[in-house]
Structure formats: C-alpha cells, structure tokens
Design a protein around this ligand. Structure first.
Ligand SMILES: C[S@@+](CC[C@H](N)C(=O)[O-])C[C@H]1O[C@@H](n2cnc3c(N)ncnc32)[C@H](O)[C@@H]1O
Length: 233
C-alpha cells in the first residue's frame, strides 16, 4: 500500500500525543488531535458531555498529521527519513501490530537512520512490584493507601497504582476507547531487541532518558523511568 500524500521530511514522531516538536512530522490518530483543529466543535462536544473535559486541557498542536498507523502506511517515501521517534505507543498495541509498525519504520528510514523507542520497562515494573510487595509485608502501608478493601488483592492494587490498565479496553465503549490507550504489552530490553531484529534492524542499543544524538530529545523525552532503546537501520 503506497501513501496517498507523501511528505518530504527527515524526522517523524509517531503517536506524538501532546508531545510534539517543531520541524517534525508529528503523527497521531487521537480525536484530541482532530479536535485541536476544530476548537468550536470541541467546546460543543465537551458541553454536551460527548467528549471528556480532559480534551480541553490536552495541549495537542493543530498541525498534527491525523493518521491511524494500523490502517495506513507512513506518508513518506522508502528510505527517506533520518530520525523516527515514538514514545509510549508500541505498549498500547499487541506484539504483531508492533512488529508490523517496526517493519514500516524500517521501510521509511534511510540506511544509518535511527528509530528511538520509549515504552514501559518490564524489568522496572517487575522490580517495582517486588519492592512494593516487600514493603507491604513490612507493614509499610503507605504504598497501598488505596488498598483498604479486603477483597482486593495486592496485585490488583499494584496494577491500579502503576496505571497498567492491561486489557481493560474491552470494557470500554467506543467513545471511551478513542481517548484511552491502555497498556497491552510490556517489553524488556531483550524482547524489544528481538522484535527490532525481526523487523530487519541490524544494530539495537540501550539508551537513556534524554541521552541521544537525536534532535529535540530534551523536548520529546518526557517519561523518565521508561525503557529507552534505539535501533539503527
Ligand atoms: C500514551 S500516548 C503517548 C503520547 C506521547 N508520545 C507521550 O509519550 O506522552 C499514545 C499516543 O499514541 C496515539 N496512538 C495510539 N494508537 C495509534 C495509532 N494506531 N495510530 C496513530 N496514533 C496512535 C494515541 O492517540 C496517543 O496520543
């Protein structure tokens, strides 16, 4: 499938949300991005309680390219892009979808081009759970102030506190789903490296918060404590 409209850009931010930078092709499918282009309709939908009030507060730019990356290819030519940035997007899709997206990133990157991925860190999440359960048994209930219900297990409280709404998307209606991206998959470095190799990337490197040669990384990296990985085509 070839894209209808093709942009001549060297930097793409996929699933940018409200974290977008100048000079990048910022892509998102969110209704928030559409509503940022149509502010009168946005006010009306909030007044009618069709759109959540958070829509008003979300600082989405009005120049975001509206695109669902599960439905359409990236709107750029093969081998034309130098940098791709994506933060907290691949965790909201299943592994097969993520693999397809990584292959699509590989298609558009030029040789030597770099893909930077930021996503929740399985190792950190697991370690955090161990720390919390230990604290719980040491009677440090400060960690679990919300967990007073005897019928709720510690694991449930943990999932809630980490905002890991795994698979809860199924209980949402269509409008709610359009505004929410529950975590569906969590990677550690090894599993993400394997995914990237399977997608055709040669070199995969562990990175860190705001540590990169990628332009605008200080502006784009807003999620410390995540897994940071870069893949080179
Ligand atoms: C959790 S937010 C992360 C936003 C931002 N990158 C950040 O790190 O704060 C995930 C973003 O990915 C977008 N997204 C999810 N699925 C998408 C898809 N299939 N195509 C394009 N954007 C998508 C959502 O609309 C949302 O803005």
């Amino acid at each position: 499938m070839s894209p209808k409209q093709s942009f001549d850009v060297s930097k793409i931010n996929i699933g940018c949300g409200s974290v977008a930078a100048d000079g990048w092709l910022n892509i998102d499918k969110s209704p928030n991005a559409w509503l940022a282009k149509h502010r009168t309709i946005r006010s009306l939908l909030i007044a009618l309680k069709v759109a959540p009030k958070s829509t008003q507060e979300a600082q989405y730019r009005s120049d975001i390219e509206l695109l669902d990356i599960h439905k359409k290819p990236l709107p750029v030519a093969d081998g034309s892009v130098e940098w791709i940035y994506t933060s907290h997007l691949i965790g909201s899709m299943n592994r097969a979808q993520a693999l397809k997206l990584m292959k699509e990133c590989s298609r558009v990157l030029r040789p030597g081009g770099r893909l930077r991925i930021v996503t929740p860190d399985l190792e950190k999440v697991a370690q955090d759970w161990l720390n919390k359960i230990q604290a719980y048994f040491q009677q440090d209930r400060a960690y679990f102030t919300d967990c007073t219900d005897q019928n709720v297990a510690i694991g449930d409280c943990f999932v809630e506190s980490m905002n890991l709404k795994l698979f809860t998307g199924t209980s949402m209606n269509k409008i709610q789903k359009a505004f929410h991206y529950p975590v569906q998959y969590i990677y550690d470095f090894d599993s993400l490296e394997l995914l990237l190799h399977q997608a055709g990337f040669g070199r995969v490197e562990k990175s860190d918060y705001r540590q990169s040669a990628m332009p605008d990384v200080e502006q784009l990296d807003v999620r410390p404590g995540s897994l940071y990985v870069e893949a080179i085509k």
